[in-house]
Every structure is written in structure tokens, then in C-alpha cells.
Design a protein around this ligand. Sequence first.
Ligand code: PLP
Length: 379
Amino acid sequence: MNIVFSKPAYGFHVEEFINQISKAMSKNSTTDFAEKAKDMLRQKTQVNNLFLTTSCSTALNAIALTLSQKFSGSVIVPSFTFTSTAAAFESVGFNIVYADVTEDTLCLDVNSLEQLRTEDLIAVVTTNYGGYVRNHEQLREWCDQNGVFMIEDAAHSIDSAFKLKTASVADFATFSFHSTKNLSSVEGGALVVNNIDYLDQILFSLNKGTNRHNFLAGKIDKYEWVGRGSNFMMTEFHSAILLSSLLEYPNVIEKRKLVWNNYAQKMTQLLENTDWKINPLSLKGETLGYHIFFALAPTAKIKKEMIHSMNLLDIPVQSHYPPLHLSLYGSRFSNLTLPVTESISDRIIRFPLHGDINQSQQEYILRTFENLLGNPANR
Ligand SMILES: Cc1ncc(COP(=O)(O)O)c(C=O)c1O
């Protein structure tokens, strides 16, 4: 049946755009795909200061480098996230403090922050797991009260909103356009700067530690080394792919929504009277990007066996993040127990989700899952 777990949708203009770059190169001239893609993204996300980067990880690196020039101390990150969320800050010397997530959102538990707060706290990073952004209002309030930065790892949530839109209230936010994400340029990312006090500094970091952007704007007559930075800007090739993907994106989201809603509807019935849970959040009021569809098994053992059995039947269901605080490198920063993170990580199963899953493939996935659930040991 050849079901794949995720599949990027690059749209129909990649070849044409790459040809344009190639022609421009032969004439020693340039193209403006980065500018066009940036403008489209700015309109889509309704933010002013958005910059394209080589990845979400390097966007986080640019934030960390910028803050490290002025501050030292601790940064709180959820343990249930990708390594880059924490690694960017650890790599420039910040002390990493892990927070737990809530069982209903799988996102940072803002109520746990009071206990984790230290005198030297600089920032709190939240990851919008599966596109959920419910904790933003409370987190913004907490960060304001405590005088710390709010940073949003929005790798999963280009389309999300719950009262507040993604990337609208954090001081800094980052998107990923990796090939596994809803919107992709194969590799790529974006950095949003809402705290304009740091706009110049962030641009220094993105521009190899130079004030080149001021030179290009005609504000200075030569540029020089002014701070910490590296080459974090997206190339024209990746920008061309991103632009083509952006043009296709409205169709992609409609298709993902159909697949996601079908899982949600069928699984709500299938899992009734079992100890499984699906995306526990009511979707009331939530705008989701339909990036991940997950279920939580009753136990780690049942999850492991379910993944194994489904994989044997060519259905590529997958687990997700192992807790950072238990990882080989990340465990050195903490000896805390984070019960929700550990339990979620033990029990989570993600189902194939992309715009090209057809009806018969999804029926096969759901029928197989239902058959395996027929065994009482799996419930
Ligand atoms: C939450 C989160 N942050 C950051 C990243 C890293 O993104 P990138 O591959 O664009 O660096 C990922 C990758 O999957 C992620 O899931």
C-alpha cells in the first residue's frame, strides 16, 4: 500500500523558479525569491519582523547568541521537545532548567514555572506541540510579571491560534520548514522578532555578526564585525522552494484538515470504553495547523507493541520526543522527575499525516488499528 508517514508538498513552481535562478547565475545577476517568500510569510503570519533562516535550529541559535551577549543565567525549556529548543541556549552557556508539560496540551505547564524560577532566570521557551498554543496568554503574563523573555518554538504551528495567533506575543518565535513540516523548503526556518529593542542585535546575529543590514539600507558606508553571529540566512534556492510551497499551501492545509478530522472522528468512536486517549484537547476555539495526529496508549508496553504490530503491516506509525531531561547529554542538567513528560513520551503514537493520504489508505490504517484493539491486551 506504500503509506508514508509524512510527505512535503513543494507545489508546482520549483523547477521554473530554480531555472530562473540558474539563468540569473549565468548572467551574474540575482533573483528575489527570499524577499517574495518573506513577504508572503509576513502577510500569512501577520508579523512585521520575520526573517528567513537556514532552519528553526539556527533561528534559535541566533536568539541565543543575541541574548548571550547581554545576559547569563538560566533558561526554562519543556523537556518534551526537540533537542534544538534547549541546545541553542545550552551551547552559549545558559543553564538549562526543564519544565513539565500538561497532559491536555503536551505544551509547557505554566503553573509549574513558579517552582522552577531562579534569581538568574532570563527566558522561558515554549514549544507549540502539534500546533497547540493554549498556554500563550498565561505564559506572556507570567514572563511580564517576572521580567523574563518569552520565546516560542513554533516549529509545528505556522497556522495556529487560540485567542492569540502563533508568534504574536512572544518576544521571539521560530518556525521550521524542514521536509517533515506542513510548509517546507526541504531545510529552512524563520525567526520572528516582536521585541524590537533586540531587532538590530538579531540582525547582527543572522548576518555573521555584522551590521551589513544597515549598510544595505544606506545607513552606514561600510559594515563591520559588531557582535556574535554566523551565516544563518536562507539561500535563494531554498527560498524558491519555499515560495512554491507557499503558493500550494492553502490546498495542503485543506487536505491535512480532512485527514486529521477523519482520524479524530473515527478514533473517538474506536477508543470509547478503552484506556486510550486521542488529542485530548477540545478543538473549541482552537485553530490548528493539523501538523500531528497522535493517540496516547494506556501503557508504554501497549504502545510499543502497537507500533511494532502496525509497522509489521507497513503502517509507519511513530513515537515522538524522548524526554530531554533523561537524554544522554541533557540529563546532566537535571535530576528532576517530570511525570507528565515521562508518561506522554512512553505512551505517544503518531499516525501518518499529509495531504496525499487517500481514503483507502486511511481506511486501512484505521481498520488495522481497530483490529489490533480487538485484542483486550491492547486496550
Ligand atoms: C519543536 C521543534 N523545534 C525545532 C526543530 C528543529 O527544526 P529544524 O529542522 O528546522 O532545525 C524541530 C524539528 O523537528 C522541532 O520539532
